[in-house]
Write a protein that binds this ligand. Structure first.
Ligand code: AMP
Ligand code: MN
Ligand code: MN
Ligand code: MN
Length: 286
């Protein structure tokens, strides 16, 4: 008898950030899709954890605490996923609160910039999609702009209005890499670079990022994620091996109509990689 490989999904979002389902609904969908080990990783938020954990426990799914922290590195935004930490650790709780605090003002500035290019009422429009008033994000603006008929889908909104340097883009200073990795590590967790294939860095900048992350105590990178192409699965498998990183797997699910990949519906990690979850004693034997 061969055991079925664990279906592990360590990256997704709920209405606590920019997902469209409540934490318990995300848990139910993960379970329905065959996920065995699950983490909810809302942007800069851990207040979905109690509901997520209770739902996962009731469904008999292994639950791992998670968060996706917004970081400014070399003048660009990158995301660091934190996994398997103590969510009551004060420095983490306060650090995330500080990271969220600029979002309201940024949203008002974004609405003002969008008005200049003819998109009126974007602040109020985005708010209709917001589940957590402390976490207004570009995704909420994108859903409103699709609703107006100005763009056919969210991808087009980012290409034309909300991506880096586009008319509705407002530069923002998030946490530093040292802060994000430090909060996660000192809370007993594992820090992972989210979807590295999405960042438009030169090879030299990528090398600097990976080295600095590692020197700060960062342990892993996402290899198989809904944000990577199949070619990038191979590319980042090689990066994980070269830098000695643990590898993570996660859909980055935001909602049934908002995501390319559904919860748990991803290829397995290549066998030569060290999965991040095998470094956790409570899962090593599963
Ligand atoms: P924010 O944290 O407010 O800057 O919003 C970032 C979020 O916008 C990401 O987590 C994604 O959910 C979404 N996003 C960013 N770029 C794109 C894109 N090109 N297409 C679709 N969604 C995107
Ligand atoms: Mn998002
Ligand atoms: Mn992300
Ligand atoms: Mn994400």
């Amino acid at each position: 008898m061969f055991a079925r490989p664990l279906n592990v999904d360590l990256h997704c979002h709920s209405t606590i950030s920019d997902g469209v389902l409540a934490p318990a609904e995300v848990a139910a969908r993960a379970k329905k899709n065959g996920v065995d080990v699950w983490a909810l990783t809302d942007h800069d938020e851990i207040r979905g954890i109690p509901e997520a954990r209770a739902a996962a426990n009731a469904l008999g799914m292994r639950y791992i605490t998670g968060v996706e922290i917004s970081v400014t590195w070399a003048g660009r935004t990158i995301h660091i996923v934190g996994l398997n930490f103590d969510e009551t650790y004060p420095e983490l709780v306060q650090g995330l609160e500080a990271t969220r605090s600029g979002r309201e003002l940024r949203a008002r500035d974004m609405a003002a910039e969008l008005a200049k290019v003819g998109i009126e009422g974007a602040y109020e429009g985005a708010l209709k999609y917001v589940g957590n008033p402390d976490l207004i994000s570009r995704s909420h603006f994108a859903r409103y702009i699709v609703e107006t008929g100005e763009c056919a889908d969210i991808n087009e909104v980012f290409k034309r209005y909300l991506g880096d340097g586009k008319p509705g883009f407002v530069p923002h200073r998030w946490a530093t890499l040292a802060e994000a990795v430090g909060w996660i590590s000192r809370a007993g967790g594992t820090a992972v670079i989210a979807h590295p294939g999405r960042y438009e860095f030169s090879p030299v900048a990528f090398d600097a990022l990976f080295r600095e992350f590692k020197a700060l105590g960062g342990a892993g990178i996402e290899v198989v994620t809904g944000s990577h192409t199949v070619d990038q699965y191979s590319e980042y498998s090689r990066v994980a091996t070269r830098y000695g990183f643990l590898s993570s797997r996660g859909s980055d699910f935001h909602g049934p109509h908002d995501s390319v990949v559904d919860l748990g519906k991803l290829p397995a990690l290549a066998p030569m990689l060290k999965p991040v979850w095998e470094a956790w004693p409570e899962l090593a034997q599963v």
